[in-house]
Design a protein around this ligand. Sequence first.
Ligand SMILES: C[S@@+](CC[C@H](N)C(=O)[O-])C[C@H]1O[C@@H](n2cnc3c(N)ncnc32)[C@H](O)[C@@H]1O
Length: 291
Amino acid sequence: MTIDRETRLEFIRAAYAKQITAAGGVTDRRVEAAFAAVPREAFLGPGPWPILRWDRGYATSPTRNPIYLYADVLVGIIPERNLNNGQPSFLAILIAAAAPRAGEHAVHVGAGTGYYTAILAHLVGRRGRVTAIEFDAALAERLATNFAGVRNVRVVHGDGARVAFDPADVIFVNAGATRPADSWLDGLTEGGRLILPLTTNQGFQGPESVPIERRGVVFRIERHGDEFPARRISAVAIFPCEGMRDPGSEAALAAAFAKGDGGEVRRLYRHANLPEERCWLRAADWALAYA
Ligand SMILES: C[S@@+](CC[C@H](N)C(=O)[O-])C[C@H]1O[C@@H](n2cnc3c(N)ncnc32)[C@H](O)[C@@H]1O
């Protein structure tokens, strides 16, 4: 019996979805199903592809066979800027933490060419929608082409901290900021979830001597009225978020990492009128506190 190419890829994608969710400890079967359904090759241009191999930098995939994309690898989108399609097991963890549900509105900041936008679109389904925002003009154009005619995805070229969007159940930020944008906190619905990578200036390609746990961290922040419960999800090294690199908050973040990895943070405050000892991070007008 011969199996056609698309059926073979469906099997490969299903195995990949199981492997990368298991690697990330993600147990949500909807997330696994989304990774099994979305073709990664549709978002990364024609192969062969530059695949990041940690021991030797980017290595071109041996052929154009999409099988090389169905591993837990980062793939260069603009390798000369170290701008990558993120690591699937890590993004699966973040997407599971955001928990997009059918019918919801998700905002994706730093969508790149859209692979993870498509995963979000799958999770919110036809009754839901995704607003995908990309700062880089050429990438935004590729993003728009990739979602032409897709009814539940709106593509916007611009700064994800300044573009206006409808209230969002999920705001998924895929670039390293030094603080939450007001528009992200204001833009969450009641019960909405913000996935926020915070990185120091050493966060992206900092010296090996500083461990990644002391350079960048991802928080999940939920909105309940004016309250913002927060918890650490993971360490991170990620491409910087344009327009969201504030020196005061960067210094506060660097000072916070000197105390620990942020694992004891429980709440975000939109002011800093808190005693220092209650805070992991205290900037001029916001704080991440232990209670
Ligand atoms: C780490 S890349 C991730 C791309 C994509 N999420 C992926 O994994 O394929 C970060 C992306 O964020 C974009 N970006 C940076 N600052 C941004 C901003 N203020 N608003 C929107 N996009 C931004 C970059 O241009 C880049 O495409």
